[in-house]
Design a protein around this ligand. Sequence first.
Ligand code: GAP
Length: 510
Amino acid sequence: MTQEEFFKKIIAHSKEYGFVFQSSEIYDGLSAVYDYAQNGVELKNNIKQYWWKSMVYMHENIVGIDSAIFMHPTTWKASGHIDAFNDPMIDNKDSKKRYRADVLMEEFLTKIEDKIEKEVEKAAKRFGETFNREMFISTNPRVVEYKTKHDSIKERFVKALTNNDLTDLKQLIVDCEIVCPISGTRNWTEVRQFNLMFSTQMGSLSEEASTIYLRPETAQGIFVNYLNVQKTGRMKIPFGIAQIGKAFRNEIVARQFLFRMKEFEQMEMQFFVRPGEELKWFEYWKEQRLNWHLSLGIPREKYKFHVHDKLAHYANAAVDIEFEFPFGFKEIEGIHSRTDFDLSSHQKFSGKKIQYFDPELNESYVPYVVETSIGVDRTFFSILGYAYNEEKLEDGTERVVLKIPPMLAPVKLAILPLINKDGLDELGHKVFSDLKYDFNCQYDEKDSIGKRYRRQDAIGTPFCITIDHDTLNDNTVTIRYRDTMKQERIDISRINEIISDKLSFKTFLK
Ligand code: GAP
């Protein structure tokens, strides 16, 4: 199966099994906006809960808040979003499609990197154990040619971005002979900057209405509350403030499913530290956050660190954790050392002193900040994609199973009476009633037991309980495990204990 086919399968499965729907689908949908369906919302809530617990409950010095989406418009002046939250866009005059110029260039560079990697793989196979990767890359004429080309284009690209040189960015696209994937032509407009923030009016027109913005990141809600939280929580540096919430960006590039949306959710944490200690904490959070991803059971090779070539003007270190999505390694989380830029800027624009008195140093300063910022939707996509498995079974049949970590699974337990008579259905309802306080359960009595197992596999339910005629005599049921399909006979009274143990957050968080 190609990556493209796999991508289509995930989207189709998400729709068929009630995870994700296109927004306003009956009106032909709204581009890059999605709704979470009955199973999707459960998975999404569980991801948020897992992050919240691992950040807020697991650290003595991190607290959470939930700030409003609407904020005073000066917030966005102070943060730099009004002046600089732009993407360089270019249109193809024939297809009338709009692209991010920097993404076109990045994709071009990735293609050259892929070519180098292919040559390396071929040679590694040819030479076997004696293969020396570094030596090959620095001496093989074809690879050297690719690499020289790659490095010189990359240098020019980074320079154009750093200097905001849109003319050279356009020229690079022309020089690299990049074509529009739709029209196949190189008939490009100039590159222009587009601000990504959505705006609206607050107040009626008769009053003095002012332009306000839908927040493009949740971080600013944390910065403007820094003083309130520090004082009311009597927080001592180093400490963190975490928040989960919606963010909005007028993204032009569509058709990337949950990867790039106009309305999405972020889980962000700002960690306030002493000036000069930020790079130590930056390293600490980099490792911590990678470990969080690995705790989901996804292997290390699915992740990469990507160190930023071009640092934002406020950052003195920045790294992305990238995940291997169906369209390649892309950012899932950003870790940024944001210096004192945000707090100092809010101090300047608000006229309020935003400082911390450090009793150990006996001095006041504007704290430095290390930020961890992860997208809920990209995490959802990564978990769903990794969990999706098509399996050939011993009896020759096939199944699609979502091997979602049990504590994140939308439905934890399905209760399945073998037939819906002879009192088995009543007993099933009773088991459901007993367990519903502790787990999200599903009662299902329609179709053959085999079909019901497949339905539960397809939504990732880790446990199925089957009630049969023996249950009426000896109070035992069959518990079936999703991943192994193994079945065990257990006493009804033990269901809760067995499942609770396997769903414990503690196991994963530790
Ligand atoms: N406060 C820092 C910040 O917002 P960012 O790299 O722009 O940094 C952080 O965004 C995370 O938010 C990304 O790593 C990604 O997971 C998620 N994200 C950003 N834009 C997104 C979009 N259009 N759709 C879905 N997720 C997005």
